[in-house]
Design a protein around this ligand. Structure first.
Ligand SMILES: [Zn+2]
Length: 89
């Protein structure tokens, strides 16, 4: 199983919670989280890389961790996102 969602980069095990999305047959996705992927398809198939970037940064801001950790997460987020399966060209 991939450690991070291959669409948004979020850990698939978020603070001990399984946030994997579902496949069409109801099984858990090994690649994507439940915020990106449901019933075997992307929830927002037309979202762009830049839109995902903005959303991810917001999620980091609203998530756990202190300011310094968040600063570094946001700094490296674009690079992380670029390496994910959904955005690789
Ligand atoms: Zn995701």
């Amino acid at each position: 199983m991939e450690k991070f969602c291959q669409s948004c980069g979020m850990p698939l095990n978020l603070h001990g919670k399984d946030v994997r999305g579902t496949e069409a047959d109801g099984s858990k996705s090994t690649k994507y989280c439940s915020y990106c992927y449901e019933n075997g398809a992307f929830i927002e198939p037309s979202i762009t890389f830049d839109e995902m970037l903005v959303r991810g940064k917001e999620a980091i801001s609203n998530g756990q961790g202190n300011k310094i950790v968040k600063f570094f997460m946001k700094t490296f987020y674009p690079m992380q996102l670029k390496g994910l399966e959904r955005w690789k060209k």
